[in-house]
Design a protein around this ligand. Structure first.
Ligand SMILES: Cc1cc2nc3c(=O)[nH]c(=O)nc-3n(C[C@H](O)[C@H](O)[C@H](O)COP(=O)(O)OP(=O)(O)OC[C@H]3O[C@@H](n4cnc5c(N)ncnc54)[C@H](O)[C@@H]3O)c2cc1C
Length: 402
């Protein structure tokens, strides 16, 4: 892969490896900053669109979508939730967050639930229309012999680009899997999300409108395998038994999927002219819905830096250096905070491995934390701000536009 070149009259050129949600948004961010971009992915369009997932987008993600001119196209596909209840096993202790716990000028929601297909369709359509962008789907290697100013590795948690440049990873698995499934519920408030801390792992209920909800259910790998192998009626009975009392199951809407969860962090976020973004750089437990938002905060950082290069104010070397430094604090803090919350709030979970903590100590600590969060608005506000905007990341105002 090539070395960087000094600032010149020609637009800077980037290769983006991976057309997942991170790679597509990164390509669009670079194009909006005046770069010429080639995006490659071994998958064709339909498999890229066809993932059965839904995401909880945070304030930082919405701000980036607004900056990149995507928010209005996506607005019909976003379902905002303005309340979030954290609950210890089946309703004994609760902490309730409201969007008013966020800063006064924040849009009126804690987060927005978006299904994969409309988000991906919108990203690909904007990439098709963006000047200077070439999409090469079904192509594993787009590097060829061309000299790229920048290579963006956004090729997922098993990133071959990361392996090719010899960057290792730190991390651990939890012996937990996460089951995702959509369900129709009744009885709950349409804009309230839930995170229930069950002994086997956290369970999130994310409202999607029209009585539908995305369920994100963490449990041991063995139980997840057994649950996803059940016939639909048996699975529905098992799901009904774990939902919060206020949200009664009407029907399960799709087939449950399970994926193993853990923590992974690349040992470097930059090597030469290659930057690691998204799950190529980091993965965390879905607790708190930080995964995709953290990926998109990488894109937000890249966009801000690429604008400066696109305007001729800074060199590509400066961008490479700054990205590698700027993304550490938010990334490490988010991974550690998610891991700590998981250990604190799932005290009976034997599947957390050697580092799971003593239940006798953690149950009272969990109750105390929830009670403090419930009563103390300042604490709620601090926690919600970290979830909404990340850690040590500049609020996205005043970023220069190309
Ligand atoms: C089964 C499953 C279900 C999930 N469900 C949810 C959910 O319900 N809600 C949620 O918030 N999060 C969910 N997640 C996590 C979420 O999908 C990730 O946070 C998000 O997809 C990360 O995006 P990414 O673009 O960084 O990586 P990916 O989405 O993994 O995209 C990487 C892309 O790189 C491509 N690629 C691979 N190798 C190469 C190569 N050599 N060259 C070029 N391209 C390459 C891949 O084909 C892929 O398109 C789920 C994850 C999994 C695995």
């Amino acid at each position: 892969m090539s070395q960087t070149r000094p600032i010149g009259p020609l637009p800077s050129r980037a290769l983006v490896a991976g057309a997942g949600l991170t790679g597509c948004l990164a390509a669009l961010a670079l194009a909006r900053a005046g770069w010429v971009v080639v995006v490659v992915d071994p998958l064709q369009r339909e498999p890229l669109l066809g993932r059965q997932r839904a995401y909880a987008l945070s304030q930082s993600s919405l701000a980036l979508l607004q900056q990149l001119g995507l928010a209005s196209a996506l607005a019909p596909h976003l379902w905002g939730f303005d309340q979030l209840t954290l609950q210890a096993n089946r309703g004994r202790t609760q902490a309730r967050f409201h969007w008013t716990d966020l800063p006064r000028n924040a849009p009126p929601a804690i987060g927005w639930i978006a299904e994969h297909r409309p988000v991906m369709t919108t990203l690909l359509r904007h990439l098709d229309q963006a000047p200077g962008v070439t999409l090469k789907l079904g192509a594993a290697d787009g590097a060829g012999d061309k000299a790229w100013d920048l290579v963006v590795a956004a090729d997922g948690h098993r990133s071959t680009t990361r392996q090719t440049i010899g960057v290792g990873c730190w991390g651990w698995r939890y012996d937990q899997s996460c089951i995702t499934v959509q369900a129709r519920l009744q009885g709950g408030e349409p804009t309230r999300a839930w995170e229930v801390f069950r002994d086997e792992g956290p369970l999130a209920v994310l409202p999607m409108g029209q009585g539908r909800a995305q369920i994100v259910w963490s449990t041991s790998c063995a139980r997840a395998a057994a649950l996803t192998a059940m016939d639909p009626q048996a699975f529905a009975r098992a799901l009904a038994a774990v939902l919060p009392r206020a949200a009664e199951l009407v029907t399960v809407l799709d087939a449950p999927q399970a994926f193993p969860v853990g923590v992974q962090l690349a040992q470097r976020l930059r090597q030469g002219n290659v930057l690691l973004l998204g799950e190529a750089a980091h993965c965390c437990h879905p607790l708190g819905g930080q995964g995709l938002n953290l990926c998109w905060r990488d894109v937000g950082c890249l966009h801000a830096l690429a604008c400066r290069v696109g305007q001729g104010q800074r060199s590509i070397n400066w961008l490479l250096h700054r990205y590698g430094r700027q993304r550490w604090v938010d990334t490490v803090a988010t991974l550690l905070a998610t891991d700590a919350l998981l250990r604190l709030f799932t005290p009976g979970c034997s599947s957390l491995g050697r580092l799971s903590l003593d239940r006798r100590l953690l149950v009272p600590l969990q109750r105390l934390s929830l009670a403090l969060l419930h009563r103390w608005g300042l604490l709620r506000s601090l926690v919600l701000r970290a979830m909404a905007y990340g850690w040590g990341t500049p609020r996205r105002r005043g970023v220069p536009q190309p």
